[in-house]
Design a protein around this ligand. Sequence first.
Ligand code: SAH
Ligand code: SF4
Ligand code: F3S
Length: 442
Amino acid sequence: MFGFCIKVYGCQMNVYDGDKIRTAMILKGWREVPEIDADVVVYVGCSIREKAEHKIWSEMGRYRPAWEGKKSPIVCLVGCMAQNVGRDMMKRFPWIRMIAGPRSIGFIPDGLIRAVSGERVDLLDADAREFNDLDVVPIKRDNPWKAYVTIAHGCDYFCTYCIVPYVRGRFMSRDSGEILEEIRALVDDGVREISLLGQNVDTYGADFDRPYRFADLLRDVAETDGVDLIRFMTSYPKDLTADVVSVMAEYPKICPGINLPIQSGSDRILKSMNRHYSLAEYTETVRIIREGLPEVGLTSDLIVGFPGETEEDFMASMEAVRRFRFDLVHTAAYSPRAGTPAAKMEDQLPEEEKFRRLSEINRLQSSIAMEINEATVGRRYRILIDGPAPKGDGLVQGRTMTDKVVICPGEASWAGRFAEVEIVRAENWCLHGEISEVEGLS
Ligand code: SAH
Ligand code: SF4
Ligand code: F3S
């Protein structure tokens, strides 16, 4: 029996994959242990920006003394980063004994067993259209009440800056019956909140030969007994349609929270990014959303310093942030990814300029978020308590339906219950509340 630990980096898709791998290994009789006791350390790595990769590169050196002394622990690198640079890393660090990309997840449990018995295992997927799923319901999760469920693999959009289509392969919707069955199994396991995941959830079903799209799936999930809250991410502006908004308005358990990445406020840059919408079309999508869901929490992603971004283009992004008043924006400085078209474009911006723009836009967004959050003081929300807040004794945290973090005095044992809170104070990234009632406590 081997002891393993899993270290997950990157987005929720990696978290979901990590939960599946963890569950599969526990079902095989392996034990999850602290890293110091592990025979195998599994890294689920991310390649979205250089910084994400750099973190794992710089961690790898730590294993040298242990490896040279007792040939343990061995390291297995899986996920997007393995697909991107796994072979180079394996050459460089002899303690990396296995590499596997996201589309070979089904082969990982056997691969780990081979790796631990001394083999060097290379499971990188050669065919971007192949997908070997791991057929387990991720019941060994970090959070018992919340679960992610991937509804579509890969992405076919090929935004010019993005590595995802190269590492996660072609877009492929999962069978709806399989998704719903997995959700029922998760509910039986105590899950109350389901987050549906995809690089562009609104494209769900586009590859089916029957008319069943994301709005249909949302409705079917909402009709599933025992599911209390439903969230989803990420939405692609061109594909988010009014029927999705109306299903959301119809079912209060579908949280009115939408992540609608704008990426840039300049049509010229959007074109060069190969995003298939203009600012005017994005504006129309936002209008449809706000009209159908007046209380919506609207978040976005935005890249500054894309190749060729002029001061004027950047000002257009600043203006968009001002105009759309997002609740939160995940901003990033453009990071060239080898093999993507944008990495070869001329007019790459100097790092200092990218970071100047990043801090300027962050400052603007942070003041907008503060205004939006301050307006919630005095209001009441129903939240699902996730567990203790990461900082501060005697504090618990949860999220509003609109996906805002709320921190309140409370007891860790309330985790997994719904509570009524009144907001008493706001910060730009979270709200502070007081709980007036915890559901199910007498
Ligand atoms: N499918 C989603 C999200 C993809 S990745 C979408 O289409 O928006 C998450 C975010 O990472 C992106 O929205 C983008 O803002 C950022 N990102 C992706 N590649 C990047 C790069 N090369 N440099 C900086 N940010 C990047
Ligand atoms: Fe990347 Fe674009 Fe696909 Fe999103 S839509 S994953 S940004 S290629
Ligand atoms: Fe990273 Fe892969 Fe997600 S590159 S952001 S873990 S899809």
